[in-house]
Design a protein around this ligand. Structure first.
Ligand code: FE2
Length: 444
């Protein structure tokens, strides 16, 4: 019997499939059939010819309010985190609702073009008008048909560095931020840092929000707020709703302390986000040689079974003038910086920009906790990538050929083609770089 679908993908390789190509049918926003061959008609019937079918990319840590402002009002010449914060302090005085919205939308489109369908953005709530927060809350609604956005209220200058900041943070939650953030290592004193973590947990409980703290984003081995965050999460039994972002100081802790800390982290079950592009470029700036990498213990956290995701953090802003929103660049960098070059480790880094990100955002469906995101009954949010396996996707930085969000076709791209002019029979007229099994994406 011939079934009708909204979309059918023909002969693709599922990320966690058995290596044989399958047809995948989508109806009413849900994956409704997967079989070696589907007798079916569809609004969009796409022969994807051996390409990978993957869950979407998840950007678990980005600052959309500062995105695309690099060089305004000046470039970060020292390359340090603290000069970046100073420049942003100058730039944010001239923010307007429209300008933040326009840049955030532009950045989100860039991310969507690279297969990102979920974004957690931080919004600086250290300025009295709360312009960045209001703009990003508005953008969250504007893009809901093609992107899921979470907004974290982020007190960039600290909660206790200025008398008004604590109230601004709470006001942000009243206005509808999805989560509460912090920056304890940037508070004026160690005591203020600890107090800020306790305040964050109290606010999260009062307003029933997620927590995502910029935690120990510094090379200082004495910056030890991660233990405070983990202890609070453990005592309240809310580790799955808590994220420690960056934790770069963890890379500088001596092993005696790190081993003790790892035991607490295992018990707390909090989430971690590393941002390798930014951590590598902002940290280690005070070192001569040997120079630290400034990236948290991704491999060890992963080996302990803790949830680690990877973020871009910055796209063309005062902290990082590069970046285009492609999470494959982030995963690729993590593989190198974290010594994750084993086959299982490379695939783990792919998970860190897909399903682990969903878990960090608290959006991994209950039914996929122990299973695949690509099976019957799961929401039809998925990608087709121009390579047959996740390993090849990372190796080639494969492009997104198709993005399907909520069961609707969001974008399609024509295959990249390379035509040699050399008179060699092996190269003349062949297409693409690495895999001759991939043909043209056709829509009969
Ligand atoms: Fe950040």
């Amino acid at each position: 019997m011939t079934e009708h679908f909204d979309i059918v993908l023909r002969q693709g390789h599922l990320l966690d499939g058995d290596g044989h190509p399958v047809d995948l049918g989508i109806r009413d926003g849900v994956i409704t059939a997967i079989a070696p061959r589907l007798e079916a008609t569809a609004e969009h019937d796409l022969d994807i010819q051996g390409c990978l079918i993957s869950p979407p990319f998840v950007e678990s840590h980005i600052h959309l309010d500062s995105a695309l402002t690099a060089g305004e009002p000046r470039w970060n010449q020292s390359g340090t985190l603290f000069e970046g914060i100073q420049i942003w302090g100058e730039r944010k005085r001239s923010l307007t609702l429209d300008s933040v919205k326009q840049r955030a939308l532009e950045a989100l489109k860039l991310q969507a073009s690279h297969g990102v369908q979920y974004v957690r953005t931080h919004a600086d709530v250290s300025e009295p008008s709360l312009t960045a927060l209001k703009a990003l809350l508005d953008v969250r609604e504007t893009v809901q048909d093609w992107m899921t956005v979470q907004v974290i209220a982020f007190p960039q200058d600290g909660i206790y560095s200025n008398v008004q900041n604590e109230a601004l943070l709470e006001e942000a939650l009243k206005l509808g931020a999805d989560g509460v953030g912090g920056i304890p290592h940037y508070e004026l004193t160690r005591e203020d840092g600890v107090r800020s973590v306790h305040r964050i947990f109290a606010l999260a409980q009062q307003y029933d929000r997620l927590i995502d703290i910029h935690c120990d984003e510094i090379d200082d081995p004495q910056s030890r707020f991660l233990e405070v965050v983990a202890a609070c999460a453990l005592r309240q039994a809310i580790g799955h709703r808590v994220t420690a972002s960056h934790t770069t100081a963890f890379a500088s802790y001596d092993n005696a302390y790190a081993v003790k800390l790892m035991g607490l982290l295992r018990r707390s079950r909090i989430n971690f986000i590393a941002n390798p592009l930014i951590n590598l470029t902002l940290q280690g700036r005070a070192d001569s040689y040997p120079k630290r990498r400034g990236i948290t213990r991704v491999k060890e956290l992963w080996q302990q079974g803790l949830n680690v995701s990877l973020g871009h953090d910055c796209i063309q802003d005062p902290w990082y003038s590069l970046g285009n929103g492609n999470l494959l660049d982030v995963a690729h960098m993590a593989i190198h910086a974290c010594h994750m070059t084993g086959q299982a480790e490379i695939l783990a880094c792919y998970d860190m920009v897909t399903r682990n990100g969903l878990q960090t955002l608290g959006l991994l469906p209950e039914t996929a906790q122990r299973g695949s995101l690509l099976c019957q009954g799961q929401p039809a949010n998925l990608l087709v990538l121009e390579a047959p396996t996740a390993f090849d996707v990372i190796k080639n930085r494969a492009v997104v050929m198709v993005s399907i969000y909520g069961g609707r076709l969001l974008l399609r791209r024509k295959p990249r083609a390379l035509y040699w002019s050399l008179p060699s029979p092996e190269t003349h007229g062949t297409s693409d770089e690495n895999d001759k099994s991939l043909g043209n994406l056709s829509d009969p």
